[in-house]
Design a protein around this ligand. Structure first.
Ligand SMILES: [Zn+2]
Length: 309
């Protein structure tokens, strides 16, 4: 195929929408490098042209019942799947709850990258200018000063969006989102054995409260979706583990409804719990009752048997 201009490329990509969404949902919000290379070959386009043309696909995952404003974001990873693996995100709003509970598209894309083990993001492509809240969320990444934002076809240094920033080091925190220390935890009730829930809590980013927390959504078909707690130096832009897990569920093509959802598990540190209220509020925004189970975690001693490698 001969080279297309950017508008024609966007149209051509949208014609493949169903196939692309199927690939992305099967990978839980990820478009692997092999598919990225195939599309670049097919359309004879550059990586950045493709990235921009894929943004409308990212926005199709948005669930904005309040604003009806569809935002899509794609984070470009580097380490795990090689340069070019794309992590999708879209905004997610909850009816009848405080607007502060919303998940922003940029948060969702970075969450997808995080859950897939990425340590470095090179480019973050967004359909619309990042709001102040998202600029602060991005600033929690250790290499935020190296990140480039792709917006309206233009590459812009992230530092232009947030000069004179307040960040983790201002609070004496030298860890960072995507690069935090992994904890060693175990469940208090040793009868409860879900190693993935413990593992995700261990990898949560909680430098400010130390409430290592994770979430597991169990679907009626037996599939499970996990989320982790990501804190922020400005506190408010933190992402709760339930929001993290719901974002993954939506990016996997599932719906948060009574036909799909069986139960939700919330794991957090005994004595440091701070996620109970937000989890109940988010679940209350849905028009059916979701069983919510709590799992207490504690720091593992050396010989705890319910640790995962
Ligand atoms: Zn935002």
């Amino acid at each position: 195929m001969s080279q297309l201009n950017s508008q024609s490329l966007t149209v051509a990509i949208l014609e493949q929408q169903d196939e692309l969404i199927s690939t992305i949902t099967q990978q839980r919000g990820v478009l692997p490098r092999v598919d990225v290379e195939r599309l670049m070959q097919q359309y004879q386009c550059t990586f950045l042209q493709l990235l921009e043309a894929l943004l409308p696909i990212a926005a199709t995952f948005a669930k904005p019942p309040i604003s009806e404003f569809y935002v899509g974001a794609i984070a470009v990873g580097e380490q795990i799947n090689g340069f070019g693996a794309l992590y999708f995100g879209a905004n997610l709003e909850f009816n009848h709850q405080a607007l502060s509970l919303v998940v922003h598209a940029e948060q969702a894309a970075l969450n997808t990258a995080w859950l897939n083990g990425e340590k470095t993001i090179s480019v973050l492509a967004i359909t619309d200018a990042p709001c102040g809240y998202c600029r602060q969320f991005i600033n929690e990444l250790n290499q935020s000063s190296d990140i480039t934002i792709l917006l309206g076809g233009e590459l812009i240094a992230f530092t232009e969006f947030l000069p004179r920033s307040f960040g983790p080091t201002d609070l004496g925190n030298h860890e960072s989102f995507l690069n935090s220390r992994v904890a060693r935890l175990c469940v208090v009730d040793t009868e409860f054995k879900v190693p993935q829930l413990v593992s995700h809590a261990e990898q949560s980013y909680v430098p400010y409260t130390k409430n290592y927390a994770s979430c597991m959504i169990v679907c009626q078909d037996g599939s499970k979706y996990y989320g982790r707690y990501a804190e922020n130096a400005a506190y408010s832009p933190s992402l709760s583990p339930l929001q993290s897990a719901i974002s993954q569920l939506i990016l996997s093509g599932q719906s948060f409804d009574s036909e799909t959802i069986k139960a939700v598990y919330l794991a957090q540190m005994k004595g440091a719990e701070n996620q109970t209220g937000v989890a109940k509020a988010v679940l209350d925004s849905f028009d059916f009752n979701v069983p919510l189970y709590f799992v207490a975690l504690e720091t593992a001693q050396k010989n705890d048997v319910n640790q995962v490698a």
